[in-house]
Design a protein around this ligand. Structure first.
Ligand SMILES: [Zn+2]
Length: 147
């Protein structure tokens, strides 16, 4: 468990640093573009407009680009529950896992465990949706209970 958490920290730092840098750059480009359009920095209004428009497009595409690299940094977890004794287990998602499928033997009573839920959690700090953060907390809490 400790090793996994260390990996998480490394990923968090790498992603946040890059995304902060890209955010600043894209915001800077959009503001600069707006200045060209509305500020009238250039004497020729047409060149000012087109330059500003290009800068805003560049900034906007930078914001969209940064969303893609965050996708692989997700962890999918499978929650298993034993229908006999109610023991729950959280482990990494494996190919072929789906809800209600009976896989893995229960540690307690050797009965087959059923997939209760499949979670997808982000390893970096979630900024867009809080629901995912809550999911992660719930998983961590359930892990603690198991121990
Ligand atoms: Zn059991």
């Amino acid at each position: 468990m400790i090793e996994e958490e260390n990996d998480e920290d490394i990923l968090k730092k790498g992603v946040t640093f890059k995304s902060v840098l890209k955010n600043l750059l894209s915001i800077f480009l959009i503001i600069l573009g707006a200045l060209f359009i509305y500020g009238g920095i250039l004497p020729d209004a047409v060149i000012g407009w087109s330059t500003g428009f290009m800068l805003i497009c560049l900034g906007a595409s930078l914001i969209q680009m940064q969303k893609k690299p965050t996708d692989p940094i997700r962890q999918t977890l499978t929650i298993l529950i034993c229908s006999l004794c109610g023991l729950t287990k959280v482990r990494n998602y494996e190919n072929g896992d789906f809800v209600f499928r009976r896989i893995d033997k229960c540690d307690k009573c050797d009965d087959m465990m059923e997939v209760k839920q499949i979670y997808s959690v982000r390893l970096k700090k979630p900024t867009e949706s809080n629901s995912e953060a809550e999911d992660k907390k719930q998983i961590k809490n359930s892990e603690k209970k198991l121990k």
